[in-house]
Design a protein around this ligand. Structure first.
Ligand SMILES: Nc1nc2c(ncn2[C@@H]2O[C@H](COP(=O)(O)OP(=O)(O)OP(=O)(O)O)[C@@H](O)[C@H]2O)c(=O)[nH]1
Ligand SMILES: [Mg+2]
Length: 206
């Protein structure tokens, strides 16, 4: 295992980052040699945008014009110390059933078995209520005692007042307190410091 890594020291600014691999089946997963953070959420919620913001590279991860673009687990290595994993979005109806089942199988077994997975960042849209699949994912991660951090993104699309009331409704739905979630915008970078502090709670285990 690599030495402990501080998100706040490297992420949110220029850092060394490289694409490692796209994984379509479990057998393609890279060796679990580094601590790992995975990013999950509904299709089009802003997972790839959040990762780009974290590594300060606009075009590193493809941001989709159409939902459902990310169809594999995409691994990125930061500072030769930590993997960031962009997961395929869920809840996109137009994906054929066969493909959907394959995805679900892959993501489920990844989230269940990945030994170096330190934290799952679950991203939801601050403008919308908690959807069933979000609630199910969070409940299932908690059941597995898998550490997670909720990120309420696209905050730039709401006024200050709306943000407060929407965030309170989401907190209620997920049953989390304010320090278990971060209000974020990939457009403005709002919430970056809180996000990094949240990640460091799980990364910095020394
Ligand atoms: N205003 C605003 N737009 C955002 C933000 N984050 C993402 N977007 C936009 O939302 C759309 C989807 O963003 P992506 O980052 O591709 O979302 P994704 O979750 O990776 O999507 P899939 O890979 O298809 O599941 C793009 O048009 C982004 O520009 C944000 O914080 N603010
Ligand atoms: Mg994506």
């Amino acid at each position: 295992m690599a030495p402990s890594f501080s998100a706040a020291a490297f992420l949110g600014k220029s850092c060394r980052v490289e694409f490692v691999t796209s994984v379509f089946k479990t057998s393609q997963l890279p060796a679990p040699e580094y601590p790992e953070i995975a990013f999950a959420g509904r299709s089009n919620v802003g997972k790839s945008s959040l990762i780009n913001k974290l590594v300060n590279r606009r075009g590193l991860v493809k941001v989709s014009a159409q939902p459902g673009k990310t169809q594999s687990l995409n691994f990125f290595m930061v500072e030769e110390s930590v993997y960031l994993v962009d997961l395929p979005g869920y809840g996109f109806a137009k994906v054929p059933r066969k493909v959907k089942n394959d995805w679900q199988g892959l993501i489920t077994s990844y989230l269940e078995k990945r030994e170096n997975l330190r934290c799952v960042v679950v991203i939801v849209d601050l403008r919308h209520g908690a959807k069933n699949q979000d609630l199910e994912l969070v409940a299932w991660l908690k059941l597995m005692e898998q550490p997670l951090l909720l990120v309420y993104t696209k905050a730039d699309k709401l006024s200050r007042n709306q943000r407060g009331s929407q965030a309170a409704a989401l907190d209620d739905g997920f049953g989390v307190s304010r320090d278990e979630r971060v209000i974020f915008s990939a457009k403005t970078g709002e919430g970056m410091a809180e996000l990094l502090a949240g990640l460091d709670r799980y990364l910095d285990i020394s």
